[in-house]
Write a protein that binds this ligand. Structure first.
Ligand code: NAD
Length: 358
């Protein structure tokens, strides 16, 4: 059992930086010992929350008591902050997106390799319970083999904040929510992506996308439909998935949902025609109750603090990181090709940096 507590300085004490401070309070292996933010107001906020604030990033880098730099600034400066932290002997936890493209990420991982320090990206939505339920269904074949997985997040509040509206800061929703949703697929599905088609949305007139949709085809037969929208006054379900033996839905963050499966103990029940518009249909009639089974969604919960524990294990014992840099690189490459498909209108093929999990 380790007794070392790793001293963490949070760089960028905004929305996410202050959230990390709250989460790390409950972790016995990491301790926030200070913060640094370019804004005086945010340094003052940190002090009000009980964390001393450094006056400059150099002061953080030159403090030999600091073991870990946690980067929670806008996306455009992650790379330079992470590289200088590692060059000063600090491990790095970096917010997502770690940076905006594969080339820049490779520059970061090269320094991690040279220095032997840990660079780990906070892909926290791998612990979202809605996603864990879908992953459980995918792994355990609860409704047979999932072959179509639709993942959507819909809001009606536009692009949040200030820097997220600007390309120079790495703004836009593909680099924001998109990174999480794509990471969930890369984490769940151990198969090569054979093609991607996508469209970006610019309804709000910003220079960056206010949403997007993308269709990914996997070599193992799964089709993923991923959509982020910020102008949706009526929302579609968070998840809609089809398996070879049924269909499941998760409506929202409160995890309302169900699985509906064919009842194998009952033979085929002829559907009764229904009135549909001006016509009759049997094809589109709902399945009869005796022919189907409706079940609750499976349970699948893992406490999110395992990210920090895993980070400490990677630092102390060289444990396998739960967020691997090969996965992060693959997601960034996928994002580059989603941008490419949206720009050219083409289906993009033969691009995936897939590395089999075992
Ligand atoms: P924010 O604007 O609320 O906070 C960013 C802070 O960084 C600001 O206080 C700003 O003054 C400071 N800053 C800017 N440049 C700096 C620099 N060079 N050095 C030090 N401080 C600097 O933004 P946010 O919503 O907290 O997002 C920050 C990062 O966290 C982004 O990368 C974002 O994608 C990520 N994020 C992740 C999640 C998640 O669930 N994992 C959620 C929200 C945000």
């Amino acid at each position: 059992m380790s007794t070392k507590t790793h001293s963490v300085v949070i760089v960028g004490y905004g929305g996410m930086g202050s959230y990390h401070a709250k989460l790390i309070k409950d972790n016995s292996r990491l301790k926030v010992t200070g913060t640094y933010d370019v804004l005086e107001a945010r340094r003052a906020a940190s002090q009000e929350d009980g964390y001393s604030a450094y006056d400059s990033y150099e002061a953080v880098l030159n403090d030999s008591e600091v073991d870990v730099v946690l980067i929670a600034t806008p996306n455009d400066v992650h790379k330079e902050l992470a590289i200088s932290a590692m060059k000063h002997g600090k491990h790095v936890i970096c917010e997502k997106p770690v940076t905006m493209n594969v080339k820049d990420f490779e520059a970061m991982t090269a320094v991690a390799e040279e220095t032997g320090l840990v660079l780990m990206v906070h892909q926290n939505r791998r612990w979202d319970e809605d996603f864990r339920i879908i992953k459980e269904m995918y792994d355990k074949r609860t409704i047979g083999d999932l072959f179509r997985i639709e993942s959507r997040v819909h809001g009606a509040n536009g692009i949040p904040g200030d820097w997220r509206h600007l390309e120079a800061f790495g703004g836009g929703m593909l680099l924001d929510w998109g990174v999480h949703l794509l990471d969930q697929f890369v984490f769940m599905i151990d198969s090569k992506i054979t093609s991607v088609t996508s469209r970006l949305s610019f309804i709000l007139g910003d220079e960056v996308d206010d949403g997007f949709d993308a269709v990914l085809e996997f070599e193992n037969g799964v089709t993923a439909m991923i959509e982020v929208g910020t102008t949706n006054f009526i929302t579609l379900p968070r998840w809609y998935v089809k398996g070879t033996e049924g269909t499941a839905v998760i409506e929202d963050w409160s995890l309302t949902g169900r699985c509906v499966m064919q009842n194998r103990e009952v033979g085929k029940v002829e559907p009764k025609p229904i009135q549909a518009g001006v016509g009759l249909t049997k094809t589109m009639a709902p399945p009869s109750e005796e022919a189907t089974l409706t079940e609750a969604l499976p349970k699948a919960f893992e406490h999110a603090s395992s990210f920090y524990d895993n980070f400490a294990d990677v630092v102390e014992k060289g444990a396998e990181p739960i967020v691997k840099n090969s996965e992060v690189r693959r997601v960034l490459n996928l994002i580059e090709h989603i941008f490419k498909s949206a720009r050219t209108g083409e289906v993009v093929k033969d691009f995936d940096m897939y590395v089999p999990k075992n």
